[in-house]
Design a protein around this ligand. Structure first.
Ligand SMILES: Nc1ncnc2c1ncn2[C@@H]1O[C@H](COP(=O)(O)OP(=O)(O)O)[C@@H](O)[C@H]1O
Ligand SMILES: [Mg+2]
Length: 763
């Protein structure tokens, strides 16, 4: 069994440490807080990850890794940790309160990696967490201990090095961990390398010189591509002789490492040095495009970046790993980043930061549109991946280029809403609006973004003020997205005051603007609002037709996230119209999408909707299972049900229970409350249980064309849309869908979607 976890796959082999791991496992039985200390490059992170992987089974509620290197602000620390556990901000509770509540009874392991720059805030947060959550265990890595009572401080030792004198006995040498690490890494450039009696003395001495410090050894091994082991040793020895004044006494470990880093930096070509220095600007890694944008200066051509970058990877100065959305992502170990950043700081830091900020402004502008379109899930993940960089860009531009800052915060609103980071959003928006930057369009966007955040937070007065400020500017702009948003926000606020007539009038106006902009998403959005007003007024037929049109608009735009929200509303209208079949279909389709976004809040709402449907057809047992699953999935988010909906859910629960013998009811509830999100999804849609993924899809019964069609169904497309996308006749698309149904034995589109998502991956 593996517990839910976010531990990364290892990108290089792991060496030794058996004894230390055994000791740490024993310590974990007795202590709930272990801090692995030691200088940079000592192997703290690697060891902590390995340990977490080995003890995973003891923490059935999950193992969460939170990397702190890109987090610079203590307020963001709390949010980052809480978000990693699925907690969402709530109106009446801070995100930390939600987090503590969520973890109050759960048996969970938190790995907090790289705390040295936030020791005090980490100590504060971890202290509170351990106190409020008696079954939580924390492993910390940090150059300094947190200083909490009960903290077990564990000094990370170096890798074992060969005893002097064993140098010419290769078989003995390989018992040393440091030598094994050296050989493993040297093999990356010399496949099949084996130590023999001529090469081994040099390797033994290199490892001893570097005192078994893993990072130093990786750097030395990285030179094996261009130097012999003997060459490496000679140069290293010269370097260290300078530092120790020729004495053989060892340096403290951090100085040894510093010397090793200095040395491998010194061996780089001038352009490699330049690039390494420039790359230290990134927080939390980067992709190739970002590297090209930032480094494309006078000394390094953009087209040279890739070959240079690969050389830095070969030399272990940069790590390459798979990122979100099938892209390679690069990152520097903290130690190397700090070292290179010192050099950048001495040089032309401002220019590099400027390019960094401008690159992320472009990224955000593009992403802002992409978050409403077909690849939004990839983009959502890419935004998360770039969060450190975007924050850095905002921080820099607030001081140096306020106009850029204003644009940046305006393009982040969609992301912040989708992730629910409202407090952080408002903080950035406040700061950007205070700078005096005055370009009208981004200024209007920023006011309107803040209005939206405040509205979601329930601060209707603040939201209203911002909507008015935004509207005033937007009115000078003519038909524009800003004017549309201002009008819509005013409409939504009027609805909140119960002023339906004004609201309807404003949404009508918004609709006209959207129509002029010829953008299906905005048209959909205003139809959605008009539909909701009709629903409130009891005009169910009107509401249905508006929402169906809105759904069409969101579908055309490819925005599945919003499609799900719209289908949820539509389901509720169908219930009023007593069309249970249509309601069930809408809930199921919404559920499939929400689950793909891992959106626990909406998943649980949709499960509850489906429970109501089951009750309506007299299936109280299924209803209870769905309600149990919804409750458990919602819990970690800290979200509360809207009061009127809560009454319905409670009533449904009581009704279902009253129809069943107690033991049966209890069992049904229990079954639901032990479900994962995916299990609940399969249960709710009636999709067949997941089978282990087939190798290369070889045994799938579908043709290549049918697989394409199934994937598009999973994207929420209708048959005519699929036909248009694949350039086939409508009838042909219908026939493909029919074949898929028959071959897989599935009835509904949502079942096909679940199947395709699990077996074929995303399109
Ligand atoms: N036991 C090990 N086996 C293989 N590689 C290791 C081992 N320990 C550390 N490393 C490598 O050494 C480098 C530094 O280790 P890291 O864990 O990042 O150090 P720290 O967190 O102490 O700064 C990384 O590239 C890491 O993969
Ligand atoms: Mg580390």
């Amino acid at each position: 069994m593996t517990s839910p976890n976010n531990l990364p796959a290892e990108v290089s082999s792991f060496v030794g440490r058996e004894q230390q791991l055994a000791e740490l496992r024993r310590l974990l039985h007795r202590s709930r807080l272990i801090t692995l200390t030691g200088p940079g490059g000592a192997g703290k992170t690697r060891l902590a990850l390995r340990l977490a992987g080995e003890v995973m089974d003891h923490y059935p509620d999950g193992v969460r890794l939170v990397e702190l290197a890109p987090v610079t602000d203590s307020r963001l620390l709390e949010q980052t940790v809480a978000t990693a556990f699925g907690a969402r901000e709530q109106r009446r509770h801070t995100i930390v309160e939600v987090l503590l509540q969520t973890l109050a009874t759960s048996r969970t392991l938190l790995v907090l990696d790289g705390c040295e720059h936030l020791v005090e805030s980490c100590a504060d947060l971890v202290g509170r967490m351990l106190q409020a959550c008696p079954r939580l265990t924390v492993i910390v890595t940090s150059r300094e201990p947190l200083g909490l009572t009960g903290e077990v401080i564990w000094r990370t030792p170096s890798l074992t090095v060969p005893p002097a004198g064993d140098g010419d006995r290769p078989e003995l040498l390989m018992q040393s961990e440091a030598v094994r690490l050296f050989v493993e890494r040297a093999r990356l450039s010399r496949p099949g390398l084996e130590l023999d009696s001529s090469s081994s003395p040099a390797v033994a001495q290199i490892c001893a010189r570097l005192e078994g410090i893993p990072l130093a050894i990786e750097l030395a091994a990285g030179l094996a591509r261009v130097l012999t082991f003997e060459d490496i040793l000679v140069r290293l020895r010269d370097r260290f002789r300078l530092l120790t004044g020729g004495s053989r006494t060892a340096l403290p470990r951090h100085q040894t490492l510093r010397a090793a880093v200095d040395w491998s930096y010194g061996l780089l070509s001038p352009v490699e040095k330049q690039l390494l220095m420039e790359l230290s600007v990134f927080a939390g890694g980067f992709d190739l495009t970002a590297a090209e944008a930032v480094a494309g200066s006078d000394s390094v051509e953009a087209s040279d970046v890739l070959p240079l970058l690969s050389r830095l990877v070969d030399k272990s100065l940069v790590v390459a790993e798979p990122g979100a959305a099938q892209q390679t992502r690069y990152r520097m170990l903290d130690t190397i980043r700090e070292y290179s950043y010192e050099k950048l700081h001495e040089g032309d830091e401002g220019e590099i930061r400027r390019r960094h900020s401008h690159h992320f402004l472009d990224f955000c502008k593009r992403g802002h549109a992409e978050l409403r379109a077909r690849n939004q899930l990839d983009w959502l993940n890419r935004f998360t991946e770039e969060e450190g960089n975007i924050r850095l860009a905002m921080e820099w531009s607030l001081v140096e280029e306020p106009e850029v800052a204003l644009r940046l915060v305006g393009t982040m609103d969609r992301y912040w809403v989708m992730r629910g980071h409202l407090a952080e959003a408002i903080d950035w928006l406040d700061r950007a609006l205070e700078t005096g930057a005055s370009n009208p369009e981004p200024k209007a966007d920023a006011f309107l973004a803040r209005s939206r955040m405040r509205w979601i937070q329930g601060d209707y007065d603040g939201s209203g003020r911002d909507a008015e400020s935004g509207a005033q500017i937007a009115e000078t702009l003519g038909p524009s997205v800003a004017l549309f948003s201002a009008t819509t926000l005013r409409g939504v606020l009027s609805t909140g005051r119960g002023d339906w007539n004004t609201a309807a009038r404003l949404h009508e106006t918004a609709f006209q603007i959207a129509w002029q902009l010829r953008d299906p998403w905005w048209v959909g959005s205003s139809l959605n609002n008009l539909g909701l007003i009709a629903l409130e007024r009891g005009d169910y037929e009107v509401a249905r037709s508006r929402l169906e049109q809105a759904l069409d608009g969101f579908r055309q735009a490819g925005d599945r996230f919003t499609t799900a929200l719209c289908q949820d509303s539509l389901a509720r209208i169908y219930i009023k119209l007593q069309n249970e079949e249509a309601a069930r279909r809408c809930f199921q389709e919404a559920l499939v999408v929400s689950a793909q976004f891992r959106d626990a809040v909406n998943v649980s709402v949709e499960l509850e909707g489906l429970a109501e449907m089951e009750l309506a057809v007299n299936k109280p047992e299924r209803a209870l299972t769905l309600l149990g699953a919804a409750k458990v999935l919602r819990a970690p988010t800290g979200a509360e049900l809207q009061p009127e909906w809560k009454t319905d859910v409670d009533a449904g629960l009581a009704a279902a229970r009253s129809k069943l013998p107690r033991a049966v009811a209890d069992a049904a509830w229990k079954k639901g409350s032990s479900m994962t999100m995916d299990e609940a999804l399969r249960f709710a849609t009636g999709a067949p249980p997941a089978k282990p993924a087939a190798d290369g899809n070889g045994d799938l019964p579908l043709t290549a064309r049918e697989k394409q069609v199934a994937l598009l169904i999973a994207e929420g497309m209708t048959n005519p849309e699929i036909a248009a996308r694949l350039r086939m006749a409508d009838r042909t698309a219908d026939a493909h869908v029919e074949h898929i149904r028959n071959k897989l034995g599935l009835r509904t589109r949502s079942q096909i979607a679940v199947w395709a998502h699990e077996r074929l991956g995303t399109a």
